[in-house]
Design a protein around this ligand. Structure first.
Ligand code: FE2
Length: 509
């Protein structure tokens, strides 16, 4: 048995495809791991800040800064002391001469020498620059922005999802990093996939190595350095289609390792007694002045099994929390940051296409959306990932009752790189999906990219930004089509100027 495994590992080092099929390759030795990563084009910043820098979860006077010391990014253990002191500074200029905040924090081996700094006392709605210093080295300089307060006339932000590393490059991230007027990025989940050329992740050191592989993409690092992120997760940060804890000790151990790996590699704000690892509370509510509120959902950690009586995708506490967010909404655009397809999705035979999404929790969805309707919700938009194809759809409290009013719009974004269905499947099934789902307005599954949102007090606009070639980091990025929602009037309509663009289904051609 040992001989066979060694032979497979040698083969895996030369032919990456084998590694994905052989789960024990999380034992890949360092040389083989670096060879596999190099074959995928990974490269890193200078040590010890190999994984770059990032910022996230802006509030009006506070933002979270992130980095991780990883001089040997794919190693199971870093060649570092157990505690390393890391200095940080925040300035109003990119040259870091006008420093407005600074300090020092300890990076501990217990959290993989990751660094999180919650900077307070900042000015609302302004850009800052930041960097770290440790072991005699400076990190690159990152840029961030605090949330504004009061009247806001425009917010521009983007969403990303499903960025399977082996499936392509990240030209959309290059495009976003260069967008000087972007306010922030939202990540809708599937930031990493548990399987890679380095093997399948099970342990904390596996998940650390997986995140370090993804951060080996220079365009991902540039994007983190350019804009703050708000993040949620989906399933692949742990394992495909998981639900809650499933109760088994091995799964709980794996999930804890995955959650910790995720926490160590991203700019997350998880303070407080109910937000600690290994069960961090990540659902949260953020405001961008009076214009926009984000209701950031966690649709994985608290869910029950699908298709069961009394099933829940939110869990009881988060369900009540969402209702409170609805009843206490701010009056701006009310946006759910939703990792997985909200709207009903029937097959032509009447069954449900996938019940890992909200369709597996239909009673809770109807109850929640009916509550939203009863509360008189308006200006309600949901932004969604997971499906790897773009959809625009009307949200109704009961999708089978076309007499029920439209109360909002769901925009499901293309994936960053993760493969969707084939062009022939999309061509054949786009019209069938439209037939079976009268709330569906638009479907396009042949492209990759991100969604860009430009939101004013009068109008929400979603632009479907697509890349010419996901295998080319320098590929052109363009707007395929744009959709608008007017304030006070539920339901999206396509911009007439882009209505002629390619799609596999349009309800109103
Ligand atoms: Fe995905």
């Amino acid at each position: 048995m040992a001989v066979r495994r060694r032979a497979l590992l040698q083969a895996a080092a030369g032919a990456g495809a084998l590694a994905a099929a052989w789960p024990l390759t999380h034992g890949l030795g360092p040389d083989a791991a670096y060879a596999a990563a190099a074959a995928l084009g990974a490269s890193w910043d200078p040590a010890p800040f190999t994984l770059g820098v990032g910022s996230g979860d802006p509030l009006p006077t506070s933002v979270v800064l992130w980095t991780r010391l990883a001089p040997d990014p794919l190693a199971a253990a870093q060649p570092l002391p157990d505690i390393v002191q890391v200095d940080w500074s925040v300035a109003t200029d990119a040259a870091m001469t006008q420093v407005v905040a600074s300090g020092s924090v300890a990076a501990s081996v217990l959290l993989g020498h990751s660094v999180r700094v919650v900077v307070d006392g900042l000015t609302p709605g302004r850009r800052y620059h930041y960097r770290f210093r440790a072991l005699g080295q400076h990190s690159r300089v990152g840029r961030t922005k605090t949330a504004p307060t009061g009247p806001v006339s425009l917010v521009r932000f983007a969403s990303l999802n499903c960025q399977h590393y082996q499936s392509g490059e990240y030209p959309g991230m290059r495009d976003l990093a260069a967008d000087a007027n972007l306010d922030f990025v939202v990540h809708l989940g599937d930031y990493v996939y548990e399987g890679s050329e380095l093997g399948t992740a099970y342990t904390l050191s596996d998940y650390r190595r997986l995140h370090a592989l993804y951060k080996g993409d220079p365009l991902l690092r540039d994007l983190h350095a350019a804009h703050p992120f708000y993040l949620t997760w989906d399933d692949h940060e742990v394992v495909n289609d998981y639900s809650g804890s499933r109760g088994a000790a091995t799964f709980v151990a794996r999930r804890s390792a995955a959650y910790q790996g995720w926490y160590e590699h991203l700019p997350l704000r998880l303070e407080g007694s109910d937000t600690a690892l290994p069960d961090p509370r990540i659902h949260r509510h953020r405001r961008w002045g009076d214009l926009l509120e984000l209701v950031i959902l966690d649709l994985r950690q608290h869910r029950s099994e699908q298709n069961v009586t009394g099933g829940t995708i939110l869990g009881a506490a988060q369900n009540q929390w969402v209702k409170d967010r609805i009843s206490q909404r701010s009056g701006g655009w009310h946006c759910w940051v939703n990792s997985i397809f909200l709207s009903q999705q029937r097959n032509p035979d009447g069954g449900y296409m996938f019940t890992d999404q909200w369709d597996g929790f239909r009673a809770e969805r109807t109850e929640l959306l009916t509550y939203a309707q009863q509360q008189g919700i308006t200006d309600f938009v949901t932004i969604t990932g997971d499906w790897h194809s773009a959809f625009v759809q009307d949200v109704r409290p009961d999708f089978d009752n076309l007499a029920a009013p439209v109360i909002g719009t769901e925009f499901v974004a293309h994936s960053t790189t993760s493969s969707g269905y084939s062009a022939s499947w999309n061509a054949a099934n786009g019209p069938r999906l439209g037939q079976a789902n009268p709330h569906l307005q638009y479907f396009e599954g042949n492209r990759y990219g991100y969604d860009l949102y430009e939101v004013t007090p009068q109008r929400w606009t979603t632009r479907l930004r697509v890349v010419a070639d996901r295998s080319n980091p320098n590929a052109a990025v363009s707007t395929l089509t744009s959709w608008h929602v007017d304030r006070g009037r539920a339901g999206a309509y396509e911009d007439p100027a882009t209505k002629g663009s390619a799609a596999q289904y349009r309800r109103n051609p």
